[in-house]
Design a protein around this ligand. Structure first.
Ligand SMILES: C[S@@+](CC[C@H](N)C(=O)[O-])C[C@H]1O[C@@H](n2cnc3c(N)ncnc32)[C@H](O)[C@@H]1O
Length: 309
């Protein structure tokens, strides 16, 4: 289905989600991150009785979803929305299986005009949904220092964050923050020039900026508990993350639902914990060597799953 995007950890997702009994005629699946429909299409094929609803905030996902609708007219529906809206979306009753495959798709990186990649010179936009919010260029021009530090240091995990933040603040109004090309050239003053065979020095900054511009952490924080509330008893929820901060949010929520301490610092008394789920993955599942070679994007993928009791 998705020529441009190779679905990550596909077999592992199928196995985990399949534990919810997706062979039943009434089984319902929610794919919160449709993308190119790689996971959605595979689920619809593998479990021919189930019905699947998919969500994506990117307006360019809708035409791709139309293709799947043509193949599975009675079993597939698409909702053009941000999954951060899950607490408010009307999607009918409960689901047997729910999947999140977080972040951006290869379509985003490979479409020059959308400004996600330093491989092409384009307006620095980076919005998954260009109809809402501020572009990355607007963010760089107007964000507060706190927002900039969060993007560069926390989301980008950039060690030289102080100098990068200062560089951005000093470049405001110069036009250098408007395009991917000029922004990369600016960053070279702190990060150095790209070197053949090495990861591009702006990779981390681009990642942090994208996470900030799209409010990715906030969307997750509100969507994960709302998704769990929509899971039927015995239902399975699986989340693939690509960044340590994302994985930490998933891990903590899953442990909380399983009645376990969220972290070492969590001193909640045992009697106040509620066990509403069992963990299906004590440690995150990662991609095999073969998958990593075939699909470099899978290298940072971490899959966690739970079953609602
Ligand atoms: C990694 S891709 C999913 C790929 C998909 N599983 C496949 O195999 O084709 C993530 C998708 O989720 C979408 N997305 C990310 N955050 C979202 C959000 N908060 N609400 C809705 N869609 C979101 C992106 O637009 C992107 O298309």
């Amino acid at each position: 289905m998705s020529e441009g995007h190779i679905p990550v950890l596909l077999e592992e997702c199928m196995e985990l989600l399949g534990r919810a009994g997706l062979d039943r005629v009434s089984a319902r699946v929610l794919d919160c991150t449709f993308g190119g429909g790689g996971h959605s299409g595979a689920i619809l094929e593998r479990f021919p009785a189930c019905r699947l609803t998919a969500i994506d905030r990117d307006p360019e996902a809708a035409p791709r979803a139309e293709i799947l609708k043509g193949l599975f007219p009675d079993r597939f529906s698409f909702v053009d929305s941000n999954f951060g809206e899950l607490p408010r979306l009307d999607l009918g009753g409960e689901f047997d299986a729910i999947l999140f495959d977080l972040g951006v798709s290869s379509y985003h990186f490979d479409t020059p005009g959308r400004g996600f990649s330093f491989r092409f010179d384009a307006p620095l936009d980076m919005r998954m949904n260009p109809r809402e919010g501020r572009s990355a260029a607007e963010f760089l021009e107007r964000a507060s220092r706190v927002e900039l530090v969060r993007a560069v240091r926390d989301y980008g995990e950039e060690k030289r964050w102080r100098r990068v933040v200062q560089l951005i603040e000093e470049a405001r109004g110069s036009g250098l923050l408007a395009r991917t090309g000029s922004f990369c050239t600016l960053l070279q003053r702190v990060l150095g020039a790209p070197r053949p065979g090495r990861i591009h020095p702006a990779t981390q900054i681009f990642q942090g900026l994208r996470i900030a511009v799209n409010g990715e952490m906030d969307a997750m924080e509100s969507a994960l508990p709302a998704a769990f509330d929509r899971l039927r008893s015995g239902g399975v929820m699986a989340v693939i993350s690509f960044h340590s901060l994302e994985d930490r949010i998933v891990k903590r929520q899953f442990r909380r639902e399983a009645g376990l301490p969220e972290s070492r610092e969590d001193n909640t008394p045992q009697q106040s914990r509620q066990r509403r789920a069992e963990l299906l993955t004590n440690r995150p599942i990662t991609a095999s060597k073969a998958e990593q070679e075939h699909n470099p994007r899978s290298r940072s993928a971490k899959l966690r799953a739970l079953r609602r009791i």
